[in-house]
Design a protein around this ligand. Structure first.
Ligand code: PEP
Ligand code: MG
Length: 889
């Protein structure tokens, strides 16, 4: 027969699968000889059997009986014994902590008789009746499913009747009356009396804990947290000890280091004459743990020594719940404690310095998400805030500036030294300059992969998107809240990209020293703040451990230089689209409108030197490092005026008899190029094949820039990347042309220009025919943004704002597949393409340049899939370095 019940002394901390986290740690403390009230744990296996069969497994009742007897003999009293009752608590405890679904019932064993025995033994009537009403209340709520409000309301009424406001002012008689009332509530709502039999109370509580595993909120929580559905929960049955037996009793929580800052020293709160839930409920004010030394020095000193034992044993920060019953200290719980990002880095570093853990272990204890949190500027927590609305937290950070409603004003005002927040319904490539000029970007539409969000993350700019409550009226240059508050152009607003909140007025911002360090503004190591030192040492360990390279997505010399300072080992994606905007727009229009070959040639010839200059700057910033330049990707219509605006302009001009030839031709072109699904239309390599000379001009610009750099003594290392390839034939045509141009320019300048030509893998067909494509590609870079879009059939610009929130709510996925790679679907294609690509071309270089390249979970996947590097926005580079190191350590 299976063992379903373990005494605390029979388990240990490594049995979390079987005993749950709480049970395993209670067992560990028991075996360390710490003062844990005796008890036993019913295993997750019993829970699984119960949930599968709808009945308690054979033998469980007997095993519980046996352990209960042992508990009773250890305590020298029986459960619910009328003259001196043993009382127990019944608590759930799954392998992974699942806050919000924990079921707890205290004081099991009380009934109309034993309450008197308890009063007698404790010498405290009030305490006994208070304990009894707590039992009925918790049991009624968690075991019998009665609305907890009914009990709360009865207590409130009792206080009103008595004219008091505090529970402490209720006496024994009041609680006795409440017990009667609570029993009435139970009888009314369940059709039977409150069970007086202690063993029945216990069994029903155990069953309720088992069943709570499948409560809807628990199911949802597990789905979102990706906790397997079939683990089940354990149940801990533990002898009660009481912190509410007078001023020599109390209860508290403690941490072996400060979980907020990570600084060394013991932290915690203590509340005299109270039970655990009083501390959590914040009914009375706690005192700092240090006060306990004055109140009860013996217990204090014992607690300090236990905390030291626990920390040395777990080799990590522990959090602890304890109770003092009439001067005797009891440990009720411990676990490796949760902590803030700063504390995680400081503590891991301290433990290495103290010789408790190795650097590689320390690396396991910090995450890229924590590092990212440390890098964002933030609003001062203590400052006053006036909330206007909340959108999606698209790109973290804290930005303050004057609201402006178009790109032009953003640029103009920022040139005159004003800080601005660009507020738009949604952004498009036309807004780029405004976005660059702004401190932050706020949109009322669009999701986390909308243009605003992706570009802002790329720029490391704070962005709140999809703040639908804020009605942005760009025409009248203002926005309005549902409550009718209005923000006019020029009003100061503050946006928090980490929470999605938008505030009126200026909320003070504090800078991140960690970013200053990465950006080279703080010398490494010479920082007084040990946080920077801790980060520095952790980064060194990660860099040493990692196999994958880390590059950046950057398309200006400034971004490229910053990326390099942040540790990027090259550029994995230099998008060339922005190089076709701004002042160059008329040239691009000429190119698109060209009727004759000659007109086109002229437009291209005018663009060539400008492109060359772009590349020269970037090659200079990344001298000696690879720069993957992607040829033009977005559909051409994006470079033409908006169809509606232009139609109106033409119609107005027509009505006035002032027709403009150029506008008419533009309108024709806009119509000609208009597509229902531009994302699936004339873009990427298709453009290169359809618009004669376009890609050739870009390759020539790259080649000339490289040749000039070489002549100047530099070491440019461009890699030419063809986007949106679906079949090897597309690639071959462009590759042949590119190789021809490289050779031609090389000969012209008298230098060797043998640069690799490769492709993005961002369509399912490309992944599935990777073997063929690899014959003609010298490298692959996975464009996982488009790959996710096309594998799922999700429009990356729309879905997050339309139905993703309800998908997330329903648990279809725990996180957007545009944020964290869908390893089962998209990831499978990545693996297939990697394997088949390398089979066809051994040593084929593989990278990724979609947004996922900077996402911690995805970085681990790419490591496992054998990729050579990830590429992400400059600000994510440290995160990717850390995670690539953690993946390899
Ligand atoms: C991608 O599709 O993953 C990619 C990097 O290209 P873009 O985001 O520019 O389409
Ligand atoms: Mg793409």
């Amino acid at each position: 027969m299976l063992t379903y019940v373990y005494e605390f002394s029979e388990g240990n901390k490594d049995l979390k699968d079987l005993l749950g986290g709480k049970g395993a740690n209670l067992a560990e403390m028991t075996n360390l000889g710490l003062p844990v009230p005796p008890g036993f744990t019913i295993t997750t296996e019993a829970c699984r059997a119960y949930l599968a069969d709808g009945a308690m497994p054979d033998g469980l009742a007997e095993q519980v009986e046996e352990k209960l007897r042992a508990l009773e003999s250890a305590m020298g009293k029986r459960l619910g014994q009328p003259d001196d009752p043993l009382l127990v608590s019944v608590r759930s405890g799954a392998k992974f902590s699942m806050p919000g679904m924990m079921e707890t019932v205290l004081n099991i064993g009380l009934n109309d008789e034993s309450v008197r025995g308890l009063a007698e033994q404790a010498g405290d009537e009030r305490f006994a009746w208070d304990s009894y009403r707590r039992l009925i209340q918790m049991f009624g709520k968690t075991v019998q499913g009665i609305d907890g409000e009914l009990f709360e309301e009865a207590i409130e009424q009792a206080k009103r009747d008595k004219g008091v406001t505090d529970d402490l002012q209720l006496d024994a008689a009041d609680f006795r009356r409440l017990v009667e009332e609570f029993k009435g509530i139970v009888a009314e709502h369940t059709g039977r009396e409150f069970p007086a039999d202690p063993r029945e109370q216990m069994d029903l509580a155990v069953k309720a804990v088992f069943e709570s595993w499948n409560a809807p909120r628990a199911v949802l929580y597990r789905r979102q947290e990706r906790i397997p559905v079939d683990l089940g929960t354990a149940v801990n049955v533990c002898a009660m000890v009481f912190g509410n037996l007078g001023m020599d009793s109390g209860t508290g929580v403690a941490f072996t280091r400060d979980p907020a800052t990570g600084r060394q020293g013991v932290y915690g709160d203590y509340l005299a004459n109270a039970q655990g839930e009083d501390v959590v409920a914040g009914i009375r004010n706690t005192v700092p743990l240090a006060e306990l030394e004055r109140i009860d020095k013996r217990s204090h000193d014992e607690l300090m020594s236990i905390m030291e034992t626990l920390e040395n044993h777990y080799r990590d920060l522990c959090d602890i719940e304890f109770t003092i019953e009439r001067g005797k200290l009891w440990m009720l719980q411990t676990r490796v404690g949760k902590r803030t990002a700063a504390a995680a880095f400081r503590i891991a570093d301290q433990l290495v310095e103290q010789g408790m853990i190795t650097r590689d272990e320390a690396l396991e204890r910090v995450t890229g998400d924590q590092l990212a949190q440390l890098m964002f500027p933030r609003f001062d927590e203590k400052a006053e805030r006036d909330l206007l609305g909340t959108g999606m937290n698209a790109s973290p950070g804290a930005a303050v500036g004057r609201a402006v409603f178009d790109s032009y004003t953003a640029v103009k005002w920022s040139r005159s030294g004003e800080k601005v927040i660009l507020c738009r319904r949604e952004t498009n490539p036309d807004d780029l300059e405004g976005m660059l000029a702004a401190e932050g970007i706020l949109t009322s539409r669009g999701g986390k992969t909308s243009h605003a969000a992706v570009v802002a993350r790329g720029m490391g700019k704070t962005c709140v998107c999809g703040a639908e409550e804020l009605d942005v009226d760009t025409k009248n240059r203002r926005m309005r809240t549902p409550g009718g508050r209005i923000v006019e152009e020029g009003d100061l607003i503050s946006i928090d990209g980490s929470t999605g909140q938008v505030f009126l007025g200026e909320v003070p911002v504090v800078d991140s020293p960690v970013v200053r360090y990465f950006d080279g503004a703080e010398p490494a190591g010479a920082q007084a703040d040990d946080l920077v030192g801790a980060v520095d040492r952790m980064m060194a360990a990660a860099d040493k451990a990692r196999r994958m390279g880390v590059r950046a997505n950057a398309d200006t010399p400034e971004d490229a230089a910053r990326a390099r300072r942040m540790g990027a080992q090259g550029i994995g994606l230099c998008r060339t689209e922005h190089m076709f905007l701004g002042d160059r727009r008329p040239l691009v229009e000429r190119l698109i409108l060209a009727d004759t070959g000659q007109e086109r040639e002229e437009a291209l010839a005018a663009l060539l030197p400008l492109q060359r200059e772009d590349f020269t700057g970037i090659f200079d910033a990344l001298d000696g490092l690879p720069v993957t330049v992607r040829l033009l990707d977005p559909p051409l219509h994006e470079f033409l005026p908006d169809i509606t605006e232009l139609s109106v302009r033409v119609a107005v001009a027509e009505a006035r008899g002032e027709e403009n030839e150029n506008d008419l031709r533009l309108l024709q072109a806009v119509h000609r190029l208009h597509e229902q699904n531009p994302m699936l239309g004339l873009r990427g390599v298709r453009l290169g094949l359809v618009v004669p000379g376009l890609f050739t001009m870009q390759v020539r610009a790259i080649a000339q820039a490289a040749a000039e750099r070489i002549r100047a003594g530099g070491d440019p290392r461009p890699e030419i990347m063809i986007p949106l390839v679906g079949t090897v034939q597309e690639l071959e045509i462009i590759r042949d042309e590119s190789v021809r141009v490289l050779r031609e320019v090389g000969e012209e300048y008298g230098v060797g220009l043998e640069f690799p030509v490769g492709t993005m893998i961002e369509l399912p067909r490309a992944a599935l025919t990777a073997g063929q494509i690899a014959e003609s590609a010298e490298f692959f870079s996975f464009g996982t943004n488009d790959l996710t879009q096309t594998v799922w059939g999700f429009s990356r610009d729309d879905v997050e704002a339309s139905f993703f929130s309800s998908y997330l709510e329903k648990g279809v996925f725990g996180v957007s597949p545009f944020e964290t790679l869908d390893t089962d679907g998209v990831g499978r294609l990545v693996r297939i393409a990697a394997q088949e690509g390398r089979a066809a071309r051994p040593g084929l270089k593989l990278g990724v340049c979609g947004e996922h390249g900077g996402d911690p979970a995805s970085v681990h996947f790419f490591h496992g899939a054998g990729l050579d590097y990830v590429s992400c926005s400059p600000f994510r580079v440290p995160v990717a370095r850390l995670e690539a190191g953690r993946a390899a350590a």
